[in-house]
Design a protein around this ligand. Structure first.
Ligand code: ZN
Length: 483
């Protein structure tokens, strides 16, 4: 993708310079880091300007000496992996003690300084009664439809902004004072702040303050707009803006916040559909109408989510099990790919194991095959996704990492297309058949074709006002010429 503007600078020096070889003095890394090293290999094709691969286990390696930090950052970079450190306001000293040597090593090796800042954003709804909804008798009440946490009144949160902003301040200052530049920072801020789904609409209609603030509260679209504006402002004012003031080139984003085509094709684990909310139906799926919130946040990268959500399986009647997962994930990848401006990188969360399965899960809900998952990753890359962030717990880390890392690495053979190419198709076949994705530079197209119906016949597709014939080529990419 033509997404070079934002990350063209510092990362270039890294790959060529450093080749750390572990000797007898090799430190013993914590288990999460060892898992990453065991399931990835040094890249065959240099990473160049491409963003690294992010992995949940490649986070927080503990307190390391400068020498060990450098060895680890260098070794992970050879594998294309970016090491991330967390900012935890509750244990600020310890958190900086761990993060600063890593950040110094990242600066020295010319790679991005990566930060995980979820703890800084928690929580706007902190239980303070001032943040509750208020009923007609003036009594406070909460929205309990989001699982454990008490969600309150969207129109009370202004006074919480300073406290949340202050949670970021010491970290930003410590990095600035040390001459360290944050290159990538993300949060996983979810069940907090205004969200219009679940029973939020019902609760807000019972709140006198909400009724005063939303002009026509019986119109869901208006309610959604007002809440999304507040939600975006909280992210902008407390997080994106302070970080970007200090580090104007930083990639700043939050889980599940990304440009969209007006719909969301998946549900988070805590979300459910409530009758009356506008949606588009597709077999048994109800894709909710979504607000265009990304531009209001000030975020500089998009962070969509491509997971094998358990409930997705039953939405569709495809006899090919794999296509139930693949189809939905490709809808999500295509949505982000086609809706995101070219200068905004897309770093998508991915997860392979069936996600959010209940304790007693239905045996018919078959795990997506490794083959289909890896094919999906390829198609995502060829539809404008720049890199992945593998989310996983320690139990599933081995397969999660070892499935994504080889696709990330192999795709680098086509680094030029990933960097400069334009996606040619966002089409998602409505039944299991031939799926084609591609990136075009000039008269060349890097193409991936996957057949869910075993078809071997060449397929003709339009590229702009020309056509190309795509032969069957299982498991491979190919560069085709437009004639
Ligand atoms: Zn309210």
């Amino acid at each position: 993708m033509k997404r070079t503007l934002l990350y063209g600078g510092a990362v270039m020096a890294a790959t060529a310079l450093f080749s750390v070889s572990f000797s007898a003095e090799t430190p013993k890394w914590p288990q999460n880091i060892q898992t990453v090293l065991d399931n990835t290999k040094p890249l065959e094709f240099s990473r160049g300007k491409r963003l690294p691969l992010y992995l949940w286990p490649a986070m927080d390696p503990g307190t390391l000496s400068d020498t060990d930090a450098e060895a680890l950052v260098g070794e992970l970079d050879r594998r294309g992996v970016g090491l991330v450190c967390s900012w935890s306001p509750e244990s600020k000293g310890k958190s900086l003690e761990q993060a600063l040597p890593i950040a110094r090593a990242q600066k020295k090796l010319g790679v991005k300084v990566n930060v995980h800042a979820s703890s800084c954003m928690n929580s706007f709804f902190n239980g303070d009664e001032k943040t509750a909804h208020i009923d007609k008798d003036g009594k406070p009440f909460w929205d309990d439809s989001f699982g454990g946490g008490k969600m309150g009144c969207p129109f009370t949160l202004d006074f919480r902004k300073d406290s949340i902003k202050e949670r970021f301040t010491p970290f930003i200052k410590a990095y600035k004072d040390a001459g360290l530049y944050v290159g990538f920072i993300f949060t996983d801020w979810e069940i907090d702040g205004p969200i219009e789904f679940n029973k939020a609409w019902e609760f807000s209609r019972k709140c006198t303050r909400c009724r005063e603030n939303v002009k026509n509260i019986d119109d869901f679209a208006e309610f959604q707009k007002d809440l999304r504006i507040i939600r975006s402002e909280l992210q902008h004012d407390c997080y994106a803006q302070p970080v970007l003031n200090a580090f104007p080139q930083a990639l700043v984003g939050n889980y599940a916040v990304y440009p969209n085509d007006g719909y969301r094709y998946w549900y988070d684990w805590f979300e459910y559909y409530v009758d009356g909310q506008p949606c588009k139906t597709d077999q048994k799926a109800k894709y909710r109408k979504w607000y265009q919130d990304f531009p209001l946040t000030g975020f500089t990268f998009a962070m969509p989510v491509f997971y094998t959500w358990y409930r997705t399986y039953d939405w569709y009647d495809f006899t090919k099990n794999d296509y139930r997962w693949f189809y939905n994930m490709l809808l999500n990848a295509s949505n982000a790919g086609k809706s995101t401006p070219a200068d905004i990188p897309i770093i998508s969360f991915v997860h392979w194991h069936t996600t959010g399965a209940p304790k007693k899960s239905d045996a018919k809900v078959a795990q997506m095959s490794e083959w289909a998952y890896q094919e999906f990753l390829w198609h995502a890359l060829l539809r404008g996704i720049d890199t992945f962030f593998v989310w996983c717990g320690s139990k599933n880390a081995n397969p999660e990492v070892s499935l994504v890392a080889p696709v990330y690495a192999a795709a680098q053979e086509y680094g030029d297309f990933l960097e400069k190419g334009t996606p040619i198709s966002f089409e998602v076949p409505a039944k299991p058949g031939t799926v084609i994705s591609g990136l075009k530079i000039g008269n060349k197209v890097l193409v991936r074709r996957t057949d869910f119906d075993g078809s071997q016949k060449p397929v003709e597709i339009a590229v702009g006002n020309k056509k190309i014939v795509v032969p069957a080529m299982p498991g491979k990419c190919r560069i085709l010429k437009i004639k």
